[in-house]
Write a protein that binds this ligand. Structure first.
Ligand code: NAD
Length: 250
C-alpha cells in the first residue's frame, strides 16, 4: 500500500531502523537508507531493498542537510538514528551530552523542517519518531538520553498540531528493550561481571523493568510503523505508541 511513496529511515544500516526499512519495502515504498557501516554491507542492503544509501553524520546540521538534499522529497520520514551514554551527571562527558542531543533530538527537527514542505504540498505524509520508554519515564545515569527522548516526544506533539489539517501525521513509537545485536552482545560480559547465568542476565538485569519479561522484536516496530502509515491511522497523530511490555504502566 506504499507503492509510489518514498520513505527515508535514519539509522537504517542496523537494528530497529533496518527492520523498519524492510517492513516499508515489503509494502512497496521506495527506501532511502541512512547510517554508518562497512561499504560492502551497505551495498548488500541497497541490493536487498532496491534502495539508495545517502551518507551524512546526523549529529551535524550540515550532515542532515546533505542527507535531505540527497534523499529528495520524502513521504514517510522515520527518525530513528540514536545513541546512548550512561554516566552520573557530575561525570557526564559534556561532548557526549552535545552529541546525544544533536543526534537523538536536533536531527529530527532538521529532517522534519526539510521534509514538511513536500508533505504539505502532497497533502499526505507520515513522520514517525523512534523514541523510547525513556521518552515517558527516566532511569538514573541516562540524563542526555532521557532529556533528548522526552524532547523528541514534545517535538512530535508540536508537529502533530501544526500539521493536523494537512494530511500529515506525526507520532512516536516508544520501545522498551528491543532484541538487537547490541543487546545480545552485552550478555556474555554481564554474565562474567556479575557471575550470573544467561537467563538471570536476561530476566533480572535486562528485563527487570519489562513486566512481560520479553524483548520487543525489531520487526514489531516495523509492524507498528506500517500501521501508522496506513489509512486506518489517519487520525492517530501526536500519539506516543508504547511497545515496552508494560514498563511505563508501572
Ligand atoms: P543501532 O545502534 O543498532 O542503530 C543505530 C543506527 O544509527 C545505525 O544505523 C547507525 O549507523 C546510525 N547512526 C549512529 N550515529 C549516527 C550519526 N551520527 N549519523 C547518522 N547515523 C548514525 O541502534 P538501535 O538499537 O537499532 O536503535 C535505534 C533507535 O531506537 C535509537 O533511537 C534508540 O534510542 C531507539 N531505541 C532502542 C532500544 C533498544 O533496546 N535497542 C530501545 C528503545 C529505543
Amino acid at each position: 500500500f506504499l507503492k509510489g511513496k518514498r520513505a527515508l529511515v535514519t539509522g537504517s544500516t542496523s537494528g530497529i531502523g533496518l527492520a523498519v526499512a524492510r517492513a516499508l519495502r515489503a509494502e512497496g515504498a521506495e527506501i532511502v537508507l541512512s547510517g554508518f557501516g562497512e561499504a560492502e554491507a551497505i551495498a548488500a542492503l541497497c541490493d536487498e531493498l532496491s534502495a539508495r544509501h545517502v551518507a551524512g553524520d546526523l549529529s551535524q546540521r550540515a550532515g542532515v542537510e546533505a542527507l535531505m538534499a540527497g534523499a529528495g522529497p520524502v513521504d514517510v520520514l522515520v527518525n530513528n538514528a540514536g545513541m546512548q551514554h550512561v554516566a552520573p551527571i557530575e561525570h557526564f562527558p559534556v561532548e557526549k551530552w552535545d552529541m546525544i542531543l544533536a543526534l537523538n533530538l536536533t536531527a529530527a527537527f532538521h529532517t522534519s523542517r526539510l521534509a514538511v514542505p513536500h508533505m504539505k504540498e502532497a497533502g499526505w505524509g507520515r513522520i514517525i519518531n523512534v523514541a523510547s520508554a525513556h521518552s515517558l519515564t527516566a532511569s538514573p545515569f541516562k540524563s542526555a538520553y532521557v532529556a533528548a527522548k522526552h524532547g523528541l516526544a514534545g517535538l512530535t506533539k508540536t508537529l502533530a498540531l501544526e500539521l493536523a489539517t494537512d494530511g500529515v501525521t506525526a507520532n512516536c513509537i516508544s520501545p522498551g528493550y528491543v532484541w538487537t545485536p547490541l543487546v545480545e552482545n552485552q550478555i556474555p560480559d554481564t554474565m562474567k561481571a556479575r557471575g550470573l547465568t544467561r537467563e538471570q542476565v536476561i530476566e533480572d538485569v535486562l528485563l527487570v523493568r519489562q513486566p512481560t519479561k520479553q524483548f520487543v522484536q525489531p520487526s514489531d516496530i516495523g509492524a507498528m510503523t506500517l500501521f501508522l502509515c496506513s489509512e486506518a491511522a489517519a487520525n492517530v497523530t501526536g500519539a506516543n505508541m508504547s511497545m515496552d511490555g508494560g514498563w511505563t504502566a508501572e
